[in-house]
Design a protein around this ligand. Sequence first.
Ligand code: FEO
Ligand code: CA
Ligand code: CA
Ligand code: CA
Length: 666
Amino acid sequence: PVPAGQGFPGIGFESIPAALAPLPDAVRVPAGYTVEAFVAWGDPIVAGGVAFAPDASNTATEQARQFGAHCDGMYLFPFTGAGGQATPDRGVLVVNNEYTHEEILFPDGQVGASGYGIAKTRKSQAAHGVSVVEARRLNGRWTAVKNSPYGRRITANTPMRIAGPAAGHALLQTVEYAITDAGSSATGLTTDGRVAQGTINNCGNGVTPWGTFLTCEENWNGNFGSTAALPSATSGDTGKLYNRYGVTASGNGYRWHTTDPRFDLSTNPNETNLFGWIVEIDPYDPKSKPVKRTALGRFKHESAQYVVDAANRLGVYMGDDERNEYIYKFVAAGAFDPLNRAANRDLLDTGVLYVARFDADLTGRWIPLLPETLGTDGVALRHNPNFAGADDAEVLAKILIKARMAGDAVGATMMDRPEWTGARPRIGGYQQVELYCTLTNNNRRGSTPVTATTPAANAADGSTTAGSARPAVDAANPRANNLYGHVIRWRENGASVLATTFTWDIFVQAGDSATTKTPKSQYEGNIVDTPAGSADFGAPDGLWFDPFGRLWVQTDQAGNAQGDWVNIGANCMVCADPNTGEARRFLTAPPNAEVTGIAMSADGRALFVGIQHPGEDAPASNPQQTSSWPASQWPLRADGVTPLPFGRPRSSVVVITKDDGGIIGT
Ligand code: FEO
Ligand code: CA
Ligand code: CA
Ligand code: CA
């Protein structure tokens, strides 16, 4: 066990072994804990939903009432009982559905015997987005409620509002479509830049202190494509944006644009600008319209972690997950009102977006992305041609839409892929404002400049800016080939979210303590564990503090226990002590699955964890080759459905309880 310390309650379990080859097709947790299936891709969660068809023959309409694909960030919103206390036995679990694996989404794969058409596009779109699931504990057992009035699917085709400083800008005005099962037909009108249809690539998440869910749009660029050549990468807003955000004619292989012109860059070039935002969802009101909050900037959002400081001021901390991108924070202009939920409704629409610079002396600076801010060239952003506008309101709109380019202009620190941010709870006498961020890996740091000059070539290289130098190592990103990633943390000066300066350090460098790679110091990491090597992990991604002060870190590496991962094994989740860094391995994943998404019941006695893309790296010719999880672990599910013994793998949320009924982690 790991003893307690300031603001930290200790860890009561011992590390479980790494899952090594041959990998078990199962989730493993420590002795004294039980893991059960909670909800899987295709389970009905909305009234009228039908059971999952193991051959993937569910239609788009059916998928739109079922749990979406490839679950990611999540949060369990409790209901409020008599006396205002959270109800520990009932809540709504809101879960991101990041993307789809088209080869398992359809009976015959993306382009099989039936070819590819709008029906497949619509099903893929319906599997993206967000799932709202009512969760109930009855006789100690958690179940996902079917036909719940709270059950909801938000998909790539759900109407949304755009709010904040960029709303209405010309870059957000798009071709308007009438969207039906049969297709999307242009109405002949242009939107007003204040409406959007849907959300995609919902990766990590956040919540607000007033009880709303924040879904984060990450690799949205990959769902677009073009039936014609794209504009030049060096001239005009559209070409520059496509280049900087990695928008290409072929995307990530989706074929939506071939049947749905809304996603065809050649006919609807501004649609991309409606994605890359933080979207706020009210989980308690199934009829509420989601809102894209432009004040928080547009990039490839990974997660969003709020902090309310002692003065009730609100900050939201966010990473942009791509190699050599930035860490941001938004500070709301108004204070959070803990007594009046409605008063906070539009708090995320007005404030200042900052980008982080990490300096070698272990201090850092938040640089405001405002019209008057000077770039490293000494020119105010309002005079930079990328952001110039009719007035400062338009300049600010452009800064937010092109947040990455604003970060470039002011000299923000290029990081090793910022994934989740997490805030250490202000409990037990611990009153700092301390944030942690996973930097998952980076193989593009070093001295070789990027030479690719087209968006397609840049994307292939994992880059976004032609001609940019690969950054050298720096104090905050110290490994030239950061294969295993690290976790950085910072403390806001004055324990205030308003701080424009902070101090920082590296919490842990992940690694393989038994590595045979050289130089060993680049790869072995400095994880604190007893015995040494017992909690090795790599590619940290999900990161979350539970309300008791335990830090949970989830990983996203190849997950095949081969090559660089032969000693570390399958993906895992560890629990760590923020005071000492000491870590314990709590969970291991099935083959080729990532562990992502975590939520806790209000009483701390149930932990929900996401298992994403089991079997992902199997060949397209046989996508079920490496995993048939969760059927492999639970042939007979609690709902009485018996999946095919070797059916296709399904991303799922599991629920973990302690056999003695205690709090998870004790
Ligand atoms: Fe969707 Fe950066 O993980
Ligand atoms: Ca992630
Ligand atoms: Ca992944
Ligand atoms: Ca990742």
